[in-house]
Design a protein around this ligand. Structure first.
Ligand SMILES: Cc1cc2nc3c(=O)[nH]c(=O)nc-3n(C[C@H](O)[C@H](O)[C@H](O)COP(=O)(O)OP(=O)(O)OC[C@H]3O[C@@H](n4cnc5c(N)ncnc54)[C@H](O)[C@@H]3O)c2cc1C
Length: 384
């Protein structure tokens, strides 16, 4: 999105991708929870979508379950993308806008001198150097660009979600709903998901809090879930990866550098979803790049616009969701069961997160004090 936006503004853009194919390998469950959020960013092509879902079904630890469409009051459901095709589609649009796309080209270093960045890369086995006034690091959670720019992107173990996912074939998959399963034994500090992919396929994955994980733990817990829920499932693909679930990073720019997407920890700390935020931030970065480069000033001061714009929109949301994550992490399985039990038989299809929390507090006022405590901690952190 950053390359597309910058190229549309008339900049000379080169997009580097270390893999030989854009979109491969997938490290994603491919879900976008609200269709209009994607449609507002780009014209959605039919082949980007593997299925459309009507909402989500949440499962409490004791498996009382409720239907609800989180966050959008039941107005519409989401997409499960075909990310291989989707990512390639975005690169195609960047290319159509004029960006040069270099695949199998790995950036290996970055030097900044006299207002110019020189990127060293290996392009299909050959060394390559590219000079540019501005670099946008959209190189994912293990961002090297950030390191080269001296930006600290280290995450505390409690602020990373470690994930494992299988693509499975199974007759039991409900193709109309995404399913989420909660429980501190099943997925400590996280959840298990089933995202339908059409036919009898689904992405079945687990994300657990880094501080509660150990070597091989996500796969072990995912296998246990599959044995219980889908003993006949055939596994067709394995995915592993980490997702930042932190509060907004202190700094995502440097002279001649902007970080975007997972590189800038812009994913939702509550759910781990990062596609929409990365795309939104990509547009802001592309627009800021256009102004900075055409005015001949890509200094950190000129890139302030990027910081301000993403923080006042995406960043605010991330901050709120970070507190919500910390609140949910405090809930015991009993709290979750009580919530689901209390909702049983109610029409929750139009409840959003706020209604849900209000209901939860009414049932268990002690939780309210936990939230207030969390909020005060957050304010204390900000003040420091
Ligand atoms: C298991 C799992 C499930 C997820 N499920 C969802 C979901 O359902 N919905 C959702 O919204 N989000 C989900 N996410 C998060 C989502 O995948 C990310 O937030 C999103 O992909 C971030 O996009 P990005 O462009 O910032 O980074 P990435 O998608 O990681 O892209 C970075 C790109 O940079 C390339 N690159 C890296 N280093 C270099 C280099 N040195 N030179 C050249 N190229 C380089 C990589 O090859 C890659 O193509 C999930 C993540 C995981 C791990």
């Amino acid at each position: 999105m950053a390359a597309k936006t910058a190229a549309e503004s008339g900049l000379n853009v080169v997009l580097l991708e270390k893999r030989q194919e854009i979109g491969e390998p997938i490290r994603c469950a491919e879900g976008v929870s609200i269709r209009s959020e994607l449609r507002e960013l780009i014209t959605v092509q039919p082949d980007w979508i593997s299925t459309e879902v009507n909402g989500v079904r949440l499962h409490s630890p004791n498996d009382d379950n409720v239907f609800m469409t989180v966050d959008n009051g039941g107005k519409e459901g989401g997409y499960i993308l075909e990310r291989k095709i989707f990512d390639r589609g975005l690169a195609l649009q960047a290319a159509c806008a004029g960006a040069k796309v270099l695949v199998k080209t790995r950036a290996i270093g970055l030097i900044r001198k006299d207002g110019l960045c020189t990127v060293s890369a290996i392009c299909q086995g050959e060394p390559l150097q590219i000079e540019a006034p501005l670099i946008i690091g959209a190189d994912g959670v293990e961002s090297k660009v950030a390191r080269w720019a001296g930006i600290d992107t280290r995450l505390k173990p409690e602020d990373i979600m470690v994930c494992a996912q299988y693509q499975v074939l199974d007759d039991s998959i409900d193709q109309e709903y995404c399913e989420f399963f909660f429980g501190n034994r099943m997925a400590p500090g996280g959840y298990v998901w089933i995202f339908p992919k059409g036919g009898r396929l689904a992405n079945v994955g687990i994300g657990i809090q880094g501080s509660q994980s150990g070597p091989g733990e996500p796969i072990r817990l995912l296998d246990r879930f599959l044995r219980r829920r889908m003993p006949q499932a055939k596994i067709l693909q394995i995915v592993a990866g980490g997702i930042p679930t932190s509060s907004p990073m202190n700094n995502t720019t440097s002279d001649g550098i902007m970080l975007v997407g997972d590189a800038a920890h812009q994913s939702d700390p509550l759910t781990g979803g990062g596609i929409i935020n990365a795309m939104r931030a990509g547009v802001i970065a592309g627009e800021t790049a256009a102004k900075a480069v055409s005015s001949g000033d890509a200094s950190i001061a000129a890139l302030r616009e990027y910081e301000d714009r993403w923080r006042s929109s995406i960043g605010k949301q991330i901050e709120k969701r970070y507190h919500a994550k910390n609140f949910f992490l405090k809930l015991t399985d009993d709290d979750l069961n009580r919530l689901a039990g209390g909702l049983h038989g109610k029409d929750v299809s139009r409840m959003n997160m706020r209604d849900l929390l209000r209901f939860l507090f009414k049932q268990n006022p002690k939780l309210l004090w936990n939230v207030i405590g969390e909020k005060l901690n957050g304010l204390h952190r900000c003040a420091r």
